[in-house]
Design a binder for this molecule. Structure first.
Ligand code: ZN
Ligand code: ZN
Length: 346
């Protein structure tokens, strides 16, 4: 097997439009949606476009009032730190996904990856948008610097960044697959304690506009996880000489470490500070979410006893529910996407 991974050519007159492989394949690089290899690619394209949103649609006026009147100091601090964390992860994610796109020798998948990158840019803008409405500029700047100094945050972010760097510094089929595992952890696990905090605020009727924004981001991330999971599975399938046992050990080991880091972060940022979220429940919810991602990737649960201890999140995750009962956002078309809608079922 060719262990190295080669970047996609700008065009190739001798290759077919329908690619012969996700990586190291032959592809003319012309995109004709009616002549693509995977039947899930076009529906995913439609879903990604149907989800289109920007921060400009979110009216922050009630959040601005509540920030001053109704938010405790603890709530404000946690809110800010989570935004700081998300800003780091989404910034790195924009760049990482662009680099992944360079190696995809399938024009439909590189197109999807490009849309994904653009959505990460929108996520990043939304953090600046929310903060600039709530706090003075110097504080916003400080929040965007948290990740450089806060030790727990730094450990957690380094874990992902190092995983990505292993691929960007030494691209190979194996380092590509390993980086996708880090990706699924970033987009499918490391956001979730933060999301839980925002949904808990919404549950109390607080900061609904910010939660709505998180809701949109959450919906995008679900699709992003699906795209990376599909790529992971297809690349494993297309490259039978990949050392499967080694990959499996890597997946379990990495998820185990990730859950540990996420639980530490959860205790630090949320802990027992807020009535709505019990720290033991949060811990189990993180394990449950990790199980869910492992299952998507085709592996076994690492925490067989973990249940969805924060079932109310499901309600807030679903845009249809949240817009009817909690948010006053404009009516949106929501295209049902995937099994994520059955988050409770594992
Ligand atoms: Zn994002
Ligand atoms: Zn994403």
């Amino acid at each position: 097997m060719k262990q190295e991974i080669v970047k996609r050519k700008l065009y190739d007159t001798k290759a077919p439009n329908k690619s012969t492989g996700i990586i190291n394949g032959e592809s003319s690089n012309v995109l004709n949606w009616d002549d693509v290899r995977f039947n899930w690619a076009y529906p995913m394209y439609k879903n990604m476009l149907a989800n289109f949103w920007t921060a400009f649609e979110i009216n922050m006026s009630s959040d601005i009032k509540q920030w001053q009147k109704d938010m405790s100091e603890d709530e404000k601090e946690t809110f800010s730190k989570i935004i700081g964390l998300l800003a780091f992860l989404d910034s790195v994610q924009t760049d990482y996904s662009g680099r992944v796109a360079d190696y995809l020798t399938d024009s439909s998948l590189s197109a999807l990856m490009t849309i994904l990158s653009q959505q990460e840019v929108i996520h990043n803008h939304s953090y600046s948008y929310v903060l600039s409405s709530l706090v003075p500029k110097h504080e916003q700047d400080k929040i965007f610097e948290y990740w450089k100094h806060d030790e727990i945050l730094l450990n957690r972010n380094n874990f992902i960044a190092k995983g990505y760097e292993e691929f960007t510094n030494n691209p190979s089929i194996f380092s590509f697959l390993k980086s996708v595992v880090y990706d699924v952890i970033l987009e499918g696990l490391f956001f979730y304690a933060g999301f839980a905090f925002f949904y808990d605020l919404a549950r109390q009727g607080k900061m609904n506009a910010s939660s709505q924004m998180i809701n949109y981001i959450n919906r995008d991330e679900q699709l992003h996880v699906n795209l990376f999971v599909n790529i992971f599975k297809e690349v494993v399938h297309e490259n039978p000489s990949i050392p499967k046992k080694e990959l499996e050990n890597f997946v379990y080991d990495t998820f185990y470490k990730a859950v540990d880091l996420e639980i530490k972060w959860g205790h630090y940022i949320i802990g027992s500070k807020f009535d709505g979220i019990d720290s033991k429940d949060l811990e189990e919810y993180i394990q449950f979410t990790a199980n869910k991602r492992l299952k998507q990737l085709g592996y076994e649960k690492l925490f067989p006893n973990a249940h969805n201890t924060l079932p109310w999140i499901k309600f807030f995750e679903d845009i249809d529910n949240s817009k009817q009962d909690f948010f006053e956002g404009k009516s949106r078309q929501y295209t049902k996407t995937d099994d994520e809608n059955n988050f409770d079922e594992l």
